[in-house]
Design a protein around this ligand. Structure first.
Ligand code: ACO
Length: 329
């Protein structure tokens, strides 16, 4: 009898634009202070894409790194999947732009939209495609240019977000199953707490929607904050339970990097010491679907994770959406 097909993680990569926007820079744009931003969020700086540098460009550079780390030929990739809420355009998908940039013409490509939970939703999707035997080598990317949907006059939101991209190659394997579990959830009744009201079928773009700044992100920060903590704890516990492993088996927890206070509260509620929690929010800000994958890539590159270690990614974002996955690197 054939052994069940599993998904093996072959490699990861990431890319951040060169421009650094510090809290001191933000002090010149809105009425804020490094002290307020640092103590309320943990963020010190974030990266901002250059003019003419698009989400698919960040995705492309992260993908090249992941492909190199995976040590596979470009033409072995048979599906391109991009999690993003800041696509190059409404359509074609950013995955199609990326596919073209990689020269992978004709393999299927599509985007996935689950806000900050996008990468975890992507892991679940890639795992299911591989286990179903549909694709063998999937390029999964989380890429964002949140700077492009930010209202730079709104101090409640503009201090929080940044740009960046991370990528992973997942491959069919009869010997390995690196995705031990995934748990996803969503609740659309909270849609209006974190959203972009303009540009879709509800408020198609007009001069008025532009004047009213409906094309940038709106957020009820306090409400999002309150919901994020229990949902992340719930998702993390569920994915752990489904993996059949114990808390002690997890070498590193990688929570979505939205706010240091959320990260600390989740760790405290789960009794996880902060030494086992990965934090890079101080230098990235919130990069939505690119957060967990860029953090995972950094943890691997800096030796916080070694081959065979178990890691749990946990995310929460607009929708609301939430999710967690236990993976072996
Ligand atoms: N600088 C200085 N003061 C500020 C700033 C700023 N940048 N922003 C707000 N303030 C002021 C407010 O006006 C308010 O003043 P007031 O008391 O005079 O009215 C005061 O600071 C407190 O504001 P709050 O909004 O209550 O501050 P809070 O402690 O809630 O922190 C924050 C705000 C950082 C946004 C927090 O609520 C948060 O992190 N929320 C969660 C965000 C998140 O997790 N998003 C996740 C998903 S994102 C996605 O899916 C794309």
């Amino acid at each position: 009898m054939n052994k069940k097909i599993g998904a093996k993680i072959l490699g990861t990569g990431s890319y951040f634009p060169n421009k650094v926007l510090t809290n001191a820079d933000l002090e010149k744009i809105v009425e804020t202070s490094d002290e307020w931003i640092s103590t309320r969020t943990g963020i010190k700086e974030r990266r901002i894409a250059a003019n003419g540098e698009y989400t698919s460009d960040l995705a492309y550079k992260a993908s090249l790194e992941a492909i190199k780390a995976a040590n596979i030929k470009l033409e072995e990739i048979d599906l391109v999947l991009v999690a993003t809420i800041t696509p190059d355009m409404f359509f074609p998908s950013t995955a199609c732009f990326l596919q073209k940039k990689l020269g992978l013409n004709s393999v299927p490509a599509f985007d996935l939209s689950a806000a900050c939970s996008g990468f975890v939703y992507g892991v679940a999707t890639a795992k299911a495609f591989i286990e179903a035997g549909l694709y063998k080598n999937i390029l999964l990317v989380g890429a964002e240019e949140l700077s492009k949907i930010t209202d730079w006059t709104d101090r409640n939101t503009c201090i929080l977000f940044g740009d960046g991209a991370g990528a992973m190659i997942l491959s069919a394997s009869q010997q390995n199953n690196d995705i031990l579990s995934v748990f996803l959830g969503a609740d659309g009744s909270y849609a209006n707490l974190l959203f972009i009201p303009g540009g879709g079928s509800i408020n198609p773009a007009t001069a008025k929607t532009v004047d009213e700044k409906l094309h940038s992100m709106k957020m009820q920060g306090k409400e999002v904050f309150k919901a994020a903590i229990p949902k992340m704890v719930f998702a993390a516990q569920k994915a752990l339970e489904l993996s059949g492993r114990k808390l002690e088996d997890i070498k590193l927890f990688i929570p979505h990097q939205a706010n240091m206070r959320i990260i600390e509260a989740v760790a405290k509620k789960m009794n996880i010491p902060m030494e086992r929690v990965f934090v890079n929010i101080h230098k990235t800000g919130n990069i939505s679907s690119a957060t967990t994958i860029t953090a995972l890539d950094e943890a691997i590159k800096t030796g916080r994770l070694n081959k065979g270690d178990l890691v749990e990614l946990v995310a929460f974002g607009g929708g609301f959406t939430w999710g967690a996955t236990v993976v072996k690197v």
